[in-house]
Write a protein that binds this ligand. Sequence first.
Ligand code: GSH
Length: 206
Amino acid sequence: MPQKMQLIGSLTSPFVRKVRIVAAEKFVDYELIVDTPWNEDSRVPEFNPLGKVPVWVQEDGKTLFDSRVIVEYLEHVSPVGHLLPKDARPRIAVKRWEALADGICDAAALVFVERKRPAGKQDPEWIARQLRKVEAGLKMMSDDLGQQNWCTGEFFCLADVAVGCALGYLEFRFPEIDWRRTHPNLSELFDRMMQRQAFKDTVPVG
Ligand SMILES: N[C@@H](CCC(=O)N[C@@H](CS)C(=O)NCC(=O)O)C(=O)O
């Protein structure tokens, strides 16, 4: 008997948020199983040997990860609300935006974890290295966006979802990074995205 599809993830992860937004925009029905992979009692390693969220559980119990694979899958299973172009070149351009936004999240998450260690064990050079990636990534996103309404031009797509999740994560965990002042076009883009119900429903909490 097929089970309802499930998404395993935390309410703070930008990668989980990306999947939740894509699923909502594409009207894919699923059950959200909240699990924080850093907790001792986390069951995430039973579903993903890498111990990371998001994990998607299909109707037959098979699992999918990581977030980029899951959003491709959602694009494939739901015919509505296309978020990825079919043609190779524009599709690759969207995936590049996604890689950039996800990369900012990777670097920022490493800083967040490093800062949770006891003060004497933190490596300031490592933190600075990761923060440089965040700053450089923000600059590239801002330069590439220019004066366009959406990342790739006139239409909302996966690139915007990924960028929105990265900006939302920075706002949530790194309020001291003043990207709204340094990159006003990203600020406008973020405000435009926050009009959408899927973004409003997934603001990070915790
Ligand atoms: N590339 C992965 C990144 C996932 C990721 O780093 N998730 C974090 C939460 S934001 C996690 O589960 N970390 C737990 C760990 O690293 O052990 C994706 O796109 O899904």
